[in-house]
Design a protein around this ligand. Structure first.
Ligand code: B12
Ligand code: NAG
Ligand code: NAG
Ligand code: NAG
Ligand code: NAG
Ligand code: NAG
Ligand code: NAG
Length: 433
């Protein structure tokens, strides 16, 4: 009952308080929409059987209105089953994403989703993140990117969370916004989306302490400043993979910066150029950039507004994506590979087929010397994530992980997607972020 009175009001508030202008200006024009075709192709052909990894793709396709009614119904039914069967093992942010995807819009009749149950579980998972921070030197179970997703979903789906706690933990100086002392634009952008949602819901509400709200306003202002400080010459925000979410953050926060601080068309045009050159080949990468190009943000998620269905304007073919594994006949190249633990470095030169990725090098090294180069990887939405090397396991409680480098430089792609070059000096290094 409480919800049915609250939601239209909240919808109205979000609508009236979040300026739409920036989204409209930056939206890819009708004539230029074919430029988005490769993204949609990648997403439609992604492997939905990978379960929860489909959440971001589904969310993005639904926000953009790129599915037809049959596809939507089919994918949502399939996705509900996956969420049900994996729910207890999902991380907080994965569950938040699942809720956002399911509730992105009101789907075909006949599918009913018990949001209060899912939201209740998310409340518990969010509490567990906070508990872990209290017990482990301020380190959450996962990351601030996921805590931001949690708050965003709780805010949009009328979950319970403490506003003073949000004002406290999302201070821009918090170490969880940084990896190796470098501000994470992805994390900051997701936090801005969450904080803007919290802020727009509490506007005009009297029981909230105005000090908390002023603090949240300040956090947003500072986070936006940090995001804008990571703007590159060609208009990207952070790197190519953080730009989509940073655009969303800037769309909804135009009250917090000056118009002349960001020329969104420049950012958009660079992204369109990148698409034409084959960027965003991974479904998750495509899913992160698409909403902004459609003038949408995660704050447009609204389970009570009917889904918009496309009419197959793109005639997207469903075909197998091109395999990344090079043919056996490809010429061999030699690369250096080493495992670095503190000051100890173990090196090997391996031969792999031209066009191989970092992971192929690691596999070859493991084959040649398992004692030194054994490793394990876990499939994630960005591809294989290296969890252990020589039995040593990454751990969020002490902020440790296996860092990937090439020629001494931190890579911005993963082991499954970084294509190696002859003579590369590749490294996995036991690091603290
Ligand atoms: C938090 C985070 C990390 C943490 C992960 C541990 C933790 N505390 O959670 C740390 C700092 C350790 C990390 C490491 C790396 N990361 Co990171 N990370 C993120 C971030 C900000 C959020 C991920 C998240 O929670 N997603 C939400 C949940 C719900 O989705 P999920 O799929 O379940 O999340 C898991 C995976 O994303 C995984 N993960 C995190 N980073 C990466 C990177 C790759 C390549 C893979 C396969 C998996 C992976 O960790 C998450 C928790 O288990 C994203 C930004 C983004 N937009 O996604 C970047 C991001 C995914 N990371 C990125 C990169 C490049 C890396 C590294 C390869 C950097 C390096 N040179 O070593 C390494 C991974 C190396 C390895 N061992 O395989 C890129 C990937 C780009 C790409 N095209 O491949 C992103 C998009 C940032 C960016 N804009 O450049 N990362
Ligand atoms: C379409 O894109 C081209 C190249 O990016 C640009 O020059 C043109 O102005 C765009 N058209 C519209 C209507 O936005
Ligand atoms: C999809 O994923 C499943 C499970 O991981 C795997 O068995 C199947 O081969 C994959 N299909 C494609 C087309 O990648
Ligand atoms: C939804 O779940 C809640 C909590 O588990 C439960 O109390 C409620 O009866 C459920 N509602 C429906 C319609 O199934
Ligand atoms: C909501 O959360 C606060 C703390 O986060 C707690 O004190 C309160 O009891 C919760 N309310 C409900 C209805 O769950
Ligand atoms: C909010 O509270 C203040 C004092 O506590 C009161 O004067 C004011 O009228 C209230 N405003 C609304 C909109 O209820
Ligand atoms: C590997 O590194 C060594 C030492 O830095 C260098 O002499 C050698 O040329 C490298 N080999 C390849 C294949 O890159």
């Amino acid at each position: 009952m409480r919800q049915s009175h609250q939601l239209p009001l909240v919808g109205l508030l979000l609508f009236s308080l979040i300026p739409r202008q920036q989204c409209e200006i930056c939206k890819v024009s009708k004539e230029n929409k074919t430029a988005l075709k490769p993204l949609i192709h990648t997403m439609i052909n992604s492997n939905y059987t990978k379960g929860i990894q489909a959440a971001k793709v589904l969310l993005s396709l639904r926000l953009g209105g790129f599915l037809n009614q049959n596809q939507d119904q089919h994918l949502i039914e399939q996705f509900i089953l996956t969420v049900r069967s994996t729910e207890p093992s999902l991380t907080s942010g994965q569950l938040a994403l699942a809720i956002l995807a399911l509730g992105a819009c009101k789907g075909p009749d006949g599918i009913s989703i018990n949001y209060s149950e899912l939201v209740g579980d998310l409340e518990n998972k969010f509490q567990a993140e906070i508990k872990n921070m209290e017990d482990h030197d301020g380190n959450p179970l996962t990351s601030y990117y996921q805590l931001s997703l949690d708050v965003l979903a709780l805010c949009l789906f009328s979950g319970n969370y403490s506003i003073p706690k949000v004002a406290e933990i999302f201070k821009p100086g918090n170490k969880n916004y940084y990896f190796h002392e470098q501000f994470s634009v992805d994390t900051g952008a997701m936090a801005v989306l969450a904080l803007i949602c919290v802020r727009s819901k509490t506007r005009g509400q009297n029981q909230t302490d105005t000090k908390d709200l002023d603090n949240i306003d300040n956090h947003i202002k500072l986070l936006i400043r940090k995001i804008l400080s990571q703007k590159t010459e060609n208009g990207l925000l952070g790197n190519i993979d953080s730009t989509g979410e940073a655009m969303q953050a800037l769309f909804v926060s135009s009250d917090y910066y000056n118009k002349n601080q960001w020329v969104c068309q420049k950012t958009r045009d660079t992204v369109l150029t990148e698409i034409s050159q084959g960027a965003f080949r991974m479904p998750t990468a495509a899913a992160q950039i698409l909403p902004a190009l459609m003038g949408k943000t995660y704050l447009d998620v609204n389970k009570d507004s009917s889904c918009v269905y496309g009419s197959d304007t793109f005639h997207i073919s469903t075909q197998k994506p091109i395999s990344v594994t090079p043919a056996d006949s490809a010429p061999q190249i030699k690369v250096n590979y080493s495992v670095v633990i503190h000051n100890a470095k173990d090196r090997i030169v391996v031969s792999v087929a031209d066009g191989s990725v970092f992971l192929n090098v690691m596999e070859q090294a493991q084959k040649e010397n398992a004692a030194l180069f054994s490793f394990t990887a876990e499939e994630t939405s960005w591809g294989p994530y290296i969890t252990t090397v020589r039995g040593i396991k990454a751990n969020t409680n002490d902020r440790t992980y296996w860092e990937l480098l090439s020629n001494g430089k931190h890579l911005s792609k993963g082991a499954g997607s970084y294509v190696v070059h002859a003579g590369d000096d590749l490294e996995v290094r036991w690091s603290t972020y």
